[in-house]
Design a protein around this ligand. Structure first.
Ligand code: ATP
Length: 261
């Protein structure tokens, strides 16, 4: 099903990121709307994580950043002033990391971590009953036991479900997922992406989905931007359930992915 997206969350035009003498991003454009899942694909080193770091306001000082336009949450940002991001990170912008190993504290129970997080960002969700209900909603088979577990007592898939849960219920308008299923077996990864897709739409957020795995981008995204050497090659919208890339490079990428050797 195609979706019509009206309300823009982020619009970037002519973004350059330079580190030393090399341009990591060059004249890069990107837009994302509420309820939209916009995947960023491209070979390793094409600049996907660098762009995610710009959106998270996390690029280090050695980077020279400039843009023609950067509009986020209806606010036009003139120069690369990332001080605004300290109020947004974790609240209006949230990140689902690649692996649950870096997202959860190993020595604290799921209960204490979820409650502490919701106290900060969504106090109305910070109680045992809601926490257990959300674990159930996110497919944990024994939500009460999981609630009182430490992360190592859960599987990687269960931990990743919890990170996705925290991110989508953070109240964030913009969610970044960096290869959120890459550390999981294909079935678990797929069911987590399906859940993420549904919640992003229900909660009116936008999802920037960074993926090496073009087949999951093709299955779950509404829009795909193909990157190459720090530049946008093209942005493609799903039309009537199909993808019609224009450039030869993207066409090869899409066809290869559908017919792997
Ligand atoms: N702090 C840095 N200093 C120097 N070069 C950097 C820095 N950060 C990234 N790069 C370079 O920028 C290019 C883009 O890196 P980036 O991590 O954004 O690519 P990517 O598409 O996310 O790759 P991958 O899919 O492998 O994660 C790479 O060539 C990388 O070596």
């Amino acid at each position: 099903m195609e979706h019509v997206f009206s309300e823009q969350i982020l619009s970037v035009e002519g973004l350059d990121v330079q580190i030393g003498s090399s341009f990591i991003l060059k004249n890069f454009d990107f837009q994302i709307h509420k309820k939209e899942i916009h995947a960023l694909v491209g070979e390793s080193g094409s600049g996907k994580s660098t762009f995610a770091n710009v959106v998270l306001g996390l690029l280090n000082e050695e980077a020279l950043i400039s843009w023609n336009k950067f509009k986020i949450f209806s606010q036009e940002i003139q120069a690369a002033d990332f001080s605004l991001w300290k109020d947004w990170r974790g609240k209006r912008i949230s990140l689902i990391p690649q692996t649950s190993a870096i997202g959860l504290h190993p020595f604290l129970s799921i209960r204490s971590q979820v409650l502490e997080y919701f106290h900060l960002v969504q106090p109305r969700l910070a109680n045992d009953e809601t926490g257990i209900r959300l674990l159930e909603e996110f497919g944990l088979s024994d939500p009460k036991a999981a609630w009182n577990s430490k992360p190592h007592q859960l599987s990687g898939g269960e931990r990743q479900r919890i990170l996705v849960l925290l991110s989508v219920y953070s109240g964030a308008d913009l969610i970044l997922a960096d290869e959120p299923s890459s550390a999981l077996d294909p079935d678990t990864g797929r069911s987590i992406l399906k859940l993420l897709q549904k919640r992003v739409r229900d909660l009116d957020a936008g999802l920037l989905f960074i993926s090496h795995d073009l087949s999951s981008a093709m299955e779950f995204a509404d829009t795909i931007t193909v990157m190459k050497s720090g530049q946008k090659l093209e942005t493609i919208k799903k039309e009537k359930g199909t993808w019609n890339p224009n450039s030869e490079y993207s066409r090869k990428l899409f066809t290869l992915d559908q017919n792997p050797a």
